[in-house]
Design a protein around this ligand. Structure first.
Ligand SMILES: [Fe+2]
Ligand SMILES: [Fe+2]
Length: 261
């Protein structure tokens, strides 16, 4: 089973990169399953029903994950209740709307699970991501050994530790949130695909997706400035890897970055 994981989709440039690139890529690489992080899909901050439906209507994405920006657009609170293919980190308190995992039946009849968890270093202080994973994974394993984890975190050390912690327990631990793709993609010794960060699907000439002039101005002045998503050329970033559906072990992880003018 070949999986494409797409890093944080940022605003319209990100959605355009997907429209231009994803279908061709899926055809060319014979992709069976697609996960994409959508926490910045609506104007760079959060997700709306309209944007979620736009993403799903491309007919490409199976599951959308998210992270700390999930609630930036208020309507996400209701949208996530009606769209079970949109996940929020599983380590939010229990009473928070939405869910942190899903088990999907693929067209071939196999099952694949996606679990979204947030880190805590320089992030919101949610429940322990390590303990959350230990609680959630056995539950998902009742359905399938093929489990993809989106670990939405800031610190490289926390992401690395999380990958090692889950080596052999899940098919993949894919880092998101920093918007900068790392060059450490690997298959860990017990068969888990890992990368610290899948990178961003959004505007190239930007500061992690935001209009660069606004970010520079904020650094220079310390005056709060409303951030806007940058315009112009975009990049589609992510990783592709294979999962053995029986054992859940991964193989052959590759990074990709495709630029569009
Ligand atoms: Fe993000
Ligand atoms: Fe984030």
């Amino acid at each position: 089973m070949k999986v494409l994981f797409i890093g944080d989709i940022v605003g319209k440039p990100g959605r355009n990169a997907l429209k231009q690139g994803a279908l061709k890529l899926i055809d060319k690489l014979k992709i069976d399953f697609v996960v994409a992080n959508a926490e910045n899909a609506a104007g760079g901050f959060g997700i709306t029903k309209t944007v979620g439906e736009e993403l799903f209507s491309m007919g490409v994405i199976n599951v959308l994950t998210s992270g700390n920006h999930i609630w930036d657009k208020k309507e996400a609170i209701t949208y996530i209740e009606e769209e079970n293919r949109l996940l929020r980190p599983a380590n939010y308190p229990e009473e928070v709307p939405g869910r942190g995992s899903i088990v999907v039946t693929t067209p071939g009849g196999g099952k694949i699970a996606v679990l979204n968890i947030s880190g805590r270093v320089y992030m919101n202080q949610l429940d322990c991501p390590f303990k959350t994973a230990k609680r959630e994974i056995p539950r998902l394993k009742e359905h399938t050994n093929a489990i993809i984890v989106d670990f939405h975190a800031e610190a490289t050390s926390e992401k690395s530790a999380f990958g090692w912690f889950l080596d052999g327990e899940v098919s993949a631990v894919i880092g998101t949130h920093t918007h900068v793709q790392t060059a450490d993609e690997t298959i860990l010794p017990k068969g888990t695909a890992f990368i610290t960060d899948a990178g961003m699907t959004g505007p190239v000439n930007s500061v992690i997706g935001v209009n660069k002039d606004l970010v520079i101005k904020r650094f220079l002045t310390n005056i709060p400035i409303r951030f806007e998503t940058a315009k112009g050329a975009s990049v589609l970033s992510g990783v592709v890897f294979e999962i053995d559906p029986q054992s859940g072990k991964a193989d052959n992880i590759q990074r990709l970055q495709i630029k569009f003018s």
